[in-house]
Design a protein around this ligand. Sequence first.
Ligand code: HEM
Length: 248
Amino acid sequence: MEAKEESGNFTIDVASTLVDMLKKSRNDETYKDLGIDEYAVFAQGWEFFFAGYLGTRDLFGFLMYELACHSDIQDQLYSEIRIAAKGKQVVSLEEISRLPYLNACLKEASRRNAAFIRLERFCNKDWEYDGLRIPKGIQVIFPMFAVHMNPENFPNPDRFEPSRFLGNKEQDAYAYMRFGHGPRGCLGQRFALEMLKVLVVSFLIRFKLEKRPDTILETYPGGGFFFFMIEYKPILLDLVKRDTENIN
Ligand code: HEM
């Protein structure tokens, strides 16, 4: 934020918005009334780094792991990418966003490995539906990890099967919640998915992923640094360089 302020180059981006908010947190009466002080502004900046990098890093790691463990799925994804690449090493963003198997692989990796294990909301008014009563002030927890592993929605939930997300199969809209739901759902979902698609395509065009004898998906005991997250130990994989000269 300091660098942005010094540069004087204010555009529509997160850093410019935060600098603007910081100024208002000191002078603007509405901000004061709402209790938005400089700590609240710093927290927003932190949230972007935390929510943005951690979630994206984990999902990329999980998908790489699953692809290394399932060479048939990796081959199918590679073949979809090769067709889109049409002999080049680059696939346009427009083409990338149209790759159905890539989309399904990312969705399945995020279903199978929900590192943010739960979503939370505070109930701000008494609420009742179909005999279920939630009084005002209660914290409601949505156990994302368990919901993603419910065999009623995802048969054989332990299996990594991207084909679950292919086609127009009817699915409960709340069976999958990797990016949350509603007005407080993930702000960066579209950006994260686009960035991940570019990354996965650039990566798979160049490398084949292989499991090693010490490849293992293991969590740190007791979860992670944050109470609502499972933190995974580094995933070791071999990268075998592909012959990028002869893509066809
Ligand atoms: C694969 C990557 C990501 C995953 C899996 C992820 C997941 C989530 C989840 C589960 C939530 C809580 C949603 C809810 O309670 O309904 C959330 C919130 C949020 N995410 Fe992400 N996220 C990712 C990437 C990003 C990126 C790249 C950004 C920013 C550029 C971002 C910014 C945010 C913010 C600001 C919130 C809080 C929204 C609010 O409270 O109103 N996320 N994310």
